[in-house]
Design a protein around this ligand. Structure first.
Ligand SMILES: [Zn+2]
Length: 132
């Protein structure tokens, strides 16, 4: 599997934390019916990461509307507000997989004879999220 695709998957540990954080409810309408902690604020297709700050619990109906309807922009504002409330240092620019950063560091690592992009990505990921 391609690395960027994998980074956008939602690990089980993240789903569990989001599920608890959102109190098992859809963050849009508040229902527990069909709610699941698997909605990306920034979609996978835009390299949105599978991290708590980018994942919310939505019910099936709201998830559908969020993915495929004119309500998307409105829902995005609601979800953004919600995430900012949960994470005071929430930063939309940190929610996406940065191919460019990884490549740049790849070159730096090559100079030291330690080219390992995957390793770097994992390290920076841990570094960015160690305060959670
Ligand atoms: Zn809902």
């Amino acid at each position: 599997m391609h690395k960027s695709t994998k980074s956008c998957d939602i690990p089980m540990s993240v789903k569990k934390r989001v599920w608890e954080r959102d109190d098992h409810r859809c963050v849009i309408c508040g229902t527990t019916y069909t709610a699941a902690p698997n909605a990306h604020y920034i979609p996978r297709s835009h390299l949105g990461l599978g991290i708590e700050q980018n994942i919310v619990t939505l019910c099936l109906a709201c998830h559908c509307d969020f993915d495929n309807s004119a309500k998307r922009q409105y829902y995005k504002v609601l979800i953004k507000r919600y995430l900012m409330m949960k994470y005071p240092d929430w930063d939309e620019s940190k929610l996406t997989y940065k191919k460019f950063d990884a490549l740049q560091t790849y070159h730096e690592l090559s100079d030291k004879g330690k080219a390992d992009v995957d390793n770097y990505i994992q390290l920076t990921f841990k570094e960015e999220h160690k305060h959670e």
